[in-house]
Write a new protein. Structure first.
Length: 383
């Protein structure tokens, strides 16, 4: 396998099987694949840097061939894979939950913290390598130079700070917006270069001078885009490291100590748990055992009407009828209204015009029923 194909294979495994995996990150299968791919990349880097001597401090970007540019991203992918390393979660049958909390969690956190530190060093090494070849943007280059310890930055060093808390927050926000805008510009430029390169439909070995220059620009822009992603990864890792450090400092609780404290609290008649309500109100000597309120049964039931639980009504009958009346949902009339309607029909019997209209209406209704017998509507494809 060619050197270029080997590197492409390592990156493909990460993108397809590690970055988007069906396994949990703390599973044995995921960590085994991750470790194997990580070791392959470390061996590949040793061949490129130590044996082939591809990159040198005295070189500039013009001294590198177009095919060698993509190898500058090795440290970036090393950082990504190191940030995902952790001890696989195992729970032996003979180990109790309390024992796992005491022994396993501390070791897992320490191992994860060491992996995160190595990941930060790889990301910083990637940024410094781009800086040496004048690929890194001035914005990120100034950030790297401002670190007190380049390979061990602090979270508060990532963004320029100010004594005023409000001004400091605004300054950090402005810098994040600037990074976002720069990322967006790089993404659009990358899409344009990729579309131009694909339109020529040539392999790397068959590129002419103009197309090789296009591929070179594409690699450089990809590296710039990865540099901003590295900066974001460093920020996320530093925040996660702070949490892990706090967990390690606090340490797991000793179950025996916790149970002993609870017994002491019980003896002192105090506990932070919810009090049980099945205790009697008074002891035999007349001592009050739990809080209570004197209230009559009628008031208690009245308060439950508009309260929570199984009692449904949230308004009185009078309030409900007033609301229905305002919305026009209350029917008016009754027997008196029916009597008046009957009287009106009897008075209209001598009105020939009204009688003719009623007759025509009845005929039209009969004709409609004959033309549209019952069940002749939607027959659902039954004819």
């Amino acid at each position: 396998m060619l050197v270029s194909e080997k590197y492409d294979s390592i990156i493909k495994i990460y993108n397809e099987k590690l970055e988007h995996s069906s396994f949990r990150q703390d599973s044995e299968e995921y960590q085994t694949l991750l470790t194997t791919n990580l070791n392959d990349l470390l061996k590949f880097k040793s061949i490129i840097v130590d044996k082939m001597g591809l990159f040198s401090v005295n070189e500039n970007i013009d001294d590198l061939s177009t095919k060698s540019l993509k190898y500058l991203s090795m440290d970036y992918y090393l950082g990504l894979m190191l940030s995902k390393r952790q001890m696989p979660s195992t729970s032996p049958a003979h180990t109790t939950t309390s024992q796992l909390q005491n022994t396993d969690i501390v070791e897992r956190n320490k191992f994860k913290l060491d992996c995160l530190k190595s990941a930060i060093q790889s990301f910083i090494a990637f940024l410094i390598l781009l800086q040496n070849y004048s690929i890194l943007d001035d914005f990120l280059s100034k950030k790297i130079n401002s670190f007190e310890n380049k390979y061990n930055p602090k979270l508060n060093e990532l963004y320029s700070s100010n004594k005023d808390i409000t001004a400091n927050a605004q300054l950090k926000r402005d810098q994040k917006i600037e990074i976002f805008k720069r990322n967006k510009e790089l993404s659009s430029k990358l899409k344009l270069l990729e579309s131009k390169l694909h339109s020529h439909n040539q392999s790397e070995d068959d590129l002419n001078d103009s197309n090789e220059e296009l591929l070179r620009d594409l690699y450089v822009e990809q590296l710039k885009s990865l540099s901003y992603k590295s900066f974001n990864e460093i920020e996320q890792i530093l925040m996660e490291s702070e949490l892990l450090l706090n967990f390690i400092k606090m340490g797991p609780e000793d179950p025996k100590k916790v149970n002993g404290d609870r017994e002491k609290q019980d003896k002192a008649e105090f506990t932070d748990r919810l009090e049980s309500l099945d205790k009697p109100l008074l002891s035999e000597t007349g001592k009050i055992l739990r809080n209570f309120t004197l209230i009559d049964q009628r008031t208690k039931l009245q308060n439950k009407v508009k309260g929570y639980g199984q009692y449904g009504p949230t308004m009185t009958v009078e309030e409900f009828l007033d609301k229905e009346w305002e919305e026009g949902r209350v029917l008016q009339g009754g027997e008196d209204e029916l009597i008046r309607e009957q009287q009106r029909k009897e008075d209209m019997e001598d009105n020939y015009k009204w009688n003719d209209e009623e007759t025509y209406k009845a005929r039209e209704w009969d004709e409609f029923k004959e033309a549209n017998p019952k069940g002749s509507g939607n027959t659902m494809n039954r004819g």
